[in-house]
Design a protein around this ligand. Sequence first.
Ligand SMILES: Nc1ncnc2c1ncn2[C@@H]1O[C@H](COP(=O)(O)OP(=O)(O)OP(=O)(O)O)[C@@H](O)[C@H]1O
Ligand SMILES: [Mg+2]
Length: 344
Amino acid sequence: MTDDVLIATRDPALADEVVRLAAAAGAEAIVVEETLAARQLWPSARSVLVARDLVTELAAAGPDRRPGVLVVTDRAVTDSEYRAALAVGAEQVIELSTSSHLVVEALTDAGDQAVPATTIAVIGGSGGAGASTFAAALAQTAARQLPTLLVDADPLGAGADRVLGLEEEPGVRWDDLARSVGRLSGRSLREAVPRRADLGVLTYPAGTVTPLEPGTVRRVLSAARRGHRAVIVDLPRTFTGGAEEVLAATDRVVVITVATVAGVAATVRLVARLGSGRTGIVVRGAGVDGATIGALTGLPVMAEMRDQRGLAEAVDLGAGPAHARRSVLARTAVEVLRDCGVAA
Ligand SMILES: Nc1ncnc2c1ncn2[C@@H]1O[C@H](COP(=O)(O)OP(=O)(O)OP(=O)(O)O)[C@@H](O)[C@H]1O
Ligand SMILES: [Mg+2]
């Protein structure tokens, strides 16, 4: 796969316009005028744009099926040109005079995952239950196998980058994304956030934070899901900061509860607000047993875990909470990820 967009046309005006649209999507373009050259680059190009003037000739050459083929045209296509577009496997036929923005959108999305990431929100049943820690452990564990993003949606938290030891890595934060406009591709978000190998983090800037607009949260989460295979969101118990938008884009919700009577009582309240369906409980520490917590909350208990010794030290050293594979948090994270259908 090259990063280039293949443009097949002999029409200089069409070529100019489509090269300009590719540039608007941040892509380099290679223009070819011959069917043979087009067929050579066909399998490896990031996307293929066939202009109307070459579509019939290319259809006759019978290129292999591949995703990301568009036919672009400067006027309404004839029936036979439309059939040729189907024959080359075009996903869309786009008339440039009215719909050139569709070309930019399609090229922007071209590097994204076909299936959006499994998205798991983590929330504490009571304050300090260990939600931010567990969210970081889930992200760190998922990232051993899959491109993963930890999204910090708690403006008053310590910062998810700090929990993972990524605070020195350069990259965009919520405030940068709130200022940006237009469609955000999954790939560009993945490449822009602070990351170490397959583990990325999106958090707030240091200092005072401005509340997020619901539209920003929607747009960014959509790109996060298109650009990764697992997205873990640390959700504040206050339900501020776009929590409704997060919940709308979430496949599973994990509530962390401490096993004390007071902790469980608070969790029961929180759960009443969250609703059931895709929600499960993870119990931390000894005390009230899992079966009782399950009965009181009416939710499945996904895992019970001991407190992890040496947690503060591991986080202070920048190793993250699930650095050691045999640690309690890493093993519990594997269990919960499997329960959520994420390979781990
Ligand atoms: N798995 C764990 N084992 C041992 N201690 C833990 C664990 N998880 C959290 N803690 C302790 O609890 C403290 C609070 O954890 P964390 O910040 O993850 O909780 P939270 O639910 O996100 O809190 P908040 O309500 O402030 O968002 C940590 O500093 C740590 O000392
Ligand atoms: Mg927290």
